[in-house]
Design a protein around this ligand. Structure first.
Ligand code: AP5
Length: 209
């Protein structure tokens, strides 16, 4: 199954993807995670993109398309993938169509108030990437991941100014993809407002699983 998770920052794409990989048995490919790993490793890509991510703007299309094209050429995606955070612009979507045939695009439907609540409380494990939330899913011991013991931290781009920028960028550059994919008959809407278990059930329902 070749799926795209499309939606505003903090809609719960990464959280659902962690459940969806178990359901669909395909890898989760998150461009945001690839960039954050590169930053943590201090690689040339990381040095190039750090300031861009911190500000809430988008990395350039050429760099991002190149990364995804390379990733989708690997053997483990033969049966499918969950693309989370890509494409994010019309040129990225057009490029993707040239090297992979997406089957469904899941549009995470959530109002800005939901986004602000989720990003305001998000904490992430530096080691395994698990998402926590200070109200909805708190780590048992503050600052420590329940799954791997790694350090739980607040992402730099979850600062209020960066969140506002990310929402602006989403509206201007990513939201047009909703119409783009709807016209192609690939888009399905997922109500992303309820708690994780219910969103997971909604996900299964829209895919007929
Ligand atoms: P990226 O990492 O993709 O960020 P994003 O799209 O802004 O998405 P988030 O990771 O913030 O949110 P999410 O929807 O995954 O929500 P989550 O599950 O964590 O990208 C980061 C940056 O990289 C971009 O700004 C850009 O600079 C660059 N980049 C990435 N891709 C790019 C591209 N294609 N082109 C150019 N640049 C690119 O959930 C959020 C919180 O809510 C968590 O705390 C979670 O526990 C909680 N939560 C989730 N679901 C629920 C629920 N159902 N109920 C209650 N709480 C929930």
């Amino acid at each position: 199954m070749k799926l795209i998770f499309l939606g505003p920052p903090g809609a719960g794409k990464g959280t659902l993807a962690a459940k969806a990989v178990e359901i669909c048995k395909v890898p989760h490919i998150s461009t945001g995670n690839i960039f954050r790993s590169a930053i943590a490793a201090g690689s040339p890509l990381g040095l190039k993109v750090k300031a861009i991510l911190d500000s809430g703007k988008l990395v350039d299309d050429e760099t991002t398309i190149g990364l995804v094209k390379e990733r989708l050429a690997q053997a483990d995606v033969e049966k499918g993938y969950i693309l989370d955070g890509f494409p994010r612009t019309i040129p990225q979507a057009e490029a993707l169509a040239e090297f992979s045939a997406v089957e469904k695009v899941l549009n995470f439907d959530i109002p800005d108030s939901g986004v602000l609540e989720r990003l305001g409380g998000r904490r992430v494990c530096r080691k395994c990437g698990h998402n926590f939330h200070m109200i909805f899913d708190k780590p048992s011991k503050e600052g420590v991941c329940d799954h791997c013991g790694g350090e739980v931290y607040t992402r730099d781009d979850d600062r209020p100014e960066a969140v506002q920028k990310r929402l602006e960028v989403y509206r201007a550059q990513t939201a047009p993809l909703i119409d783009f994919y709807r016209k192609k008959g690939l888009l399905v809407d997922v109500d992303a407002r309820p708690r994780v278990d219910e969103v997971t059930e909604n996900f299964k329902k829209v895919l007929g699983l």
